[in-house]
Write a protein that binds this ligand. Structure first.
Ligand code: MG
Length: 256
């Protein structure tokens, strides 16, 4: 059993939400975009077709260009790295990464994305209680995802991959983007919650000494999230609506 912080949810003024996998099921959109791009490329190069296993083995959780380089190497395809400014039609690692991003944006715009209802129920309840909420995402597409999910109006503060790069703030698992968001909202780490679905994200929460780190298990696994930094793990954020997460101990209750 994990040690749970003695901070109760009542002491938390500020909730910092990861985006992909916490507010929106965006992993599916990324998977479809990767599949479309690599299916075309592997067809051109006459190598084994792209499969979902390629996503889990080479792409999931990695920076975009690093994932492209890994999967190309696994198929024995040698392409120059290129430059992040390469256009989507260029046969380089960066060009292919940018092509995938164009597909991702196109799928988002044409099909939209439905946010997790339990997550939005929690966000709305917190806002109604007068709590502060913000989004902290590594993604450079965070603004587009929030717009596609029609939830952008709920978040005044969004610290995303673009802002972090612009300000030179290290990304997760470093705690800095979360600390920066808390600072923008005038909250101390001790009075803020970090809500994450990824091991690197809960690790960022622990490293920042946040009041509570809440893991959402979307597939990473409860034990992994607890081990890497979550104080509690839920399957759906709607579980937090009743106060303390259910099925978890020993989170302290007020007055206990
Ligand atoms: Mg995530």
């Amino acid at each position: 059993m994990t040690m749970v912080t003695t901070t109760t949810l009542n002491e938390i003024t500020t909730y910092l939400f990861d985006l992909d996998g916490v507010l929106t099921p965006t992993a599916e959109v990324h998977m479809r975009a990767w599949a479309k791009m690599f299916s075309e490329v592997f067809d051109e190069f006459n190598v084994a077709p792209y499969t979902d296993q390629d996503y889990f083995d080479h792409l999931d959780g990695k920076p975009r260009y690093a994932g492209v380089a890994d999967l190309l190497a696994a198929r024995g395809i040698a392409l120059p790295y290129g430059d992040p400014t390469d256009t989507a039609d260029m046969p380089t690692v960066c060009g292919l990464g940018n092509r995938k991003n164009d597909v991702f944006t196109e799928v988002l715009e044409t099909e939209g994305v439905q946010p997790y209802p339990g997550s939005i129920a929690l966000v709305d309840a917190l806002i109604a209680e007068g709590k502060q909420v913000a989004v902290v995402s590594s993604s450079r597409n965070a603004t587009a995802v929030l717009a596609a999910a029609r939830i952008a109006d709920r978040f005044e503060i969004v610290v995303d991959g673009l802002l972090a790069a612009d300000r030179g703030i290290p990304g997760k698992p470093a705690p800095d983007t979360y600390l920066y968001a808390a600072q923008l909202l005038g909250a101390s780490a001790a009075n803020a919650a970090v809500i994450e679905d990824a091991p690197s994200g809960v690790a960022a929460g622990r490293a920042g000494n946040f009041g509570i780190v809440i893991g959402v298990d979307r597939g990473a696994g409860r034990d992994v999230l607890l081990q890497d930094g979550a104080d509690v793990v839920v399957d759906d954020l709607v579980e937090l609506l009743d106060g303390e997460p259910t099925g978890q101990s020993p989170a302290s209750k007020e007055g206990s």
